[in-house]
Write a protein of this length. Structure first.
Length: 255
C-alpha cells in the first residue's frame, strides 16, 4: 500500500514510486482518503496537528476538469523549525523552498458563518511571514509528479518556519512582497497576491472546504496559504527572506 511506502520513506529517505504511475485513473476523493489514512497513521505514532498548508491550483475541479482547484495538507508540531534554523539536505529525499504568507488563528472560526473573505479578519490573531520546505518523496522526475500524487502524501508537507507577525488591523496581507537572498544574492521575489489573488481568498477556500467535512479552524492553528514566489530547490547556503510588511526570516541549508 502506498501509505506504508510513504511512511517508510520518511524513515529510510529512499523515494517511492508515485501512485499515479500505476493508477493514473486515481480520483481526488481517492487521494483525499489516502492522505487522511497517512495523517491518521502519523497521529497514531504521536504526531500533533498544529495547522494546515494550502496548495493552490493543484487538482482538477470535480465540476470542471479543465479548472485546477486547491488542496490542503496537515501541519504537525514536529515540522516546525525556529527562525535561524539549519537544515541538512541529507536528512531529506528532495527538499524544496517556498515563500508564503501565513495566518495564526485567534479564535475558532465558526462553521457556516463566513460568507466573504473579509469576514475572516476578526478571527485572525496575526499575519506572519513563512518559509515552507516541501519534501518530494517520489522517485523519477518532479515534472511527472501530479497534483494527485502530492495530495496522497499530505501535499508533501515536511518543514516550515514562521516569523513574528502583526495583527491584520495593522498590516495589509495583500500588500506583502518578498525578496529572498542566498549568500547575499537575490534568488526569489514575489507578492502575496500571487496566491489565489489574495491570502484571504486562500484561507476562505480552506474554511469552506473544512465546513463540508464538519471541521473548523481552531485558536492557535497555523495556516500556510500557498507559495507567493517561485518553487525553489533547496540549494545550500545562508538565506534571508525579507517580507516588506512583516520583517524577515533567516535560515541555512547545508549539504
Amino acid at each position: 500500500m502506498i501509505t506504508n511506502k510513504l511512511l517508510n520513506a520518511r524513515q529510510t529517505k529512499i523515494p517511492v514510486e508515485r501512485p499515479t504511475k500505476h493508477h493514473p485513473e486515481m480520483t481526488v476523493d481517492e487521494a483525499c482518503r489516502l492522505r487522511d489514512l497517512l495523517v491518521q497513521r502519523l497521529i497514531d505514532a504521536g504526531e500533533k496537528i498544529v495547522g494546515y498548508k494550502l496548495s493552490p491550483k493543484t487538482v482538477p475541479s470535480a465540476t470542471d476538469t479543465t479548472k485546477l482547484v486547491p488542496v490542503y495538507g496537515y501541519l504537525f508540531e514536529s515540522m516546525r523549525l525556529p527562525v535561524g534554523a539549519t537544515v541538512n539536505k541529507k536528512d531529506y529525499i528532495d527538499l524544496h523552498l517556498e515563500n508564503e504568507v501565513a495566518f495564526i488563528i485567534g479564535k475558532e472560526i465558526p462553521a457556516n458563518k463566513i460568507a466573504r473573505p473579509d469576514q475572516l479578519k476578526q478571527y485572525i490573531r496575526s499575519v506572519v511571514p513563512a518559509i515552507e520546505m516541501p519534501e518530494i518523496r517520489y522517485s523519477g522526475s518532479i515534472d511527472d509528479v501530479t497534483g494527485i500524487d502530492l495530495l496522497v502524501d499530505n501535499v508533501v508537507a515536511s518543514r516550515f518556519i514562521v516569523g513574528e507577525g502583526k495583527s491584520p488591523s495593522k498590516v495589509d496581507a495583500d500588500a506583502v512582497t518578498v525578496k529572498m537572498t542566498r549568500d547575499g544574492v537575490v534568488v526569489n521575489e514575489g507578492a502575496a497576491t500571487l496566491v489565489e489573488g489574495s491570502p484571504w481568498n486562500s484561507l476562505f477556500w480552506l474554511v469552506k472546504q473544512l465546513e463540508k467535512e464538519n471541521k473548523t479552524l481552531q485558536e492557535g492553528q497555523i495556516i500556510l496559504t500557498g507559495g507567493i514566489a517561485k518553487f525553489m530547490d533547496s540549494v545550500p547556503g545562508t538565506y534571508r527572506a525579507l517580507y516588506s510588511e512583516l520583517g524577515q526570516i533567516t535560515f541555512t541549508v547545508q549539504d
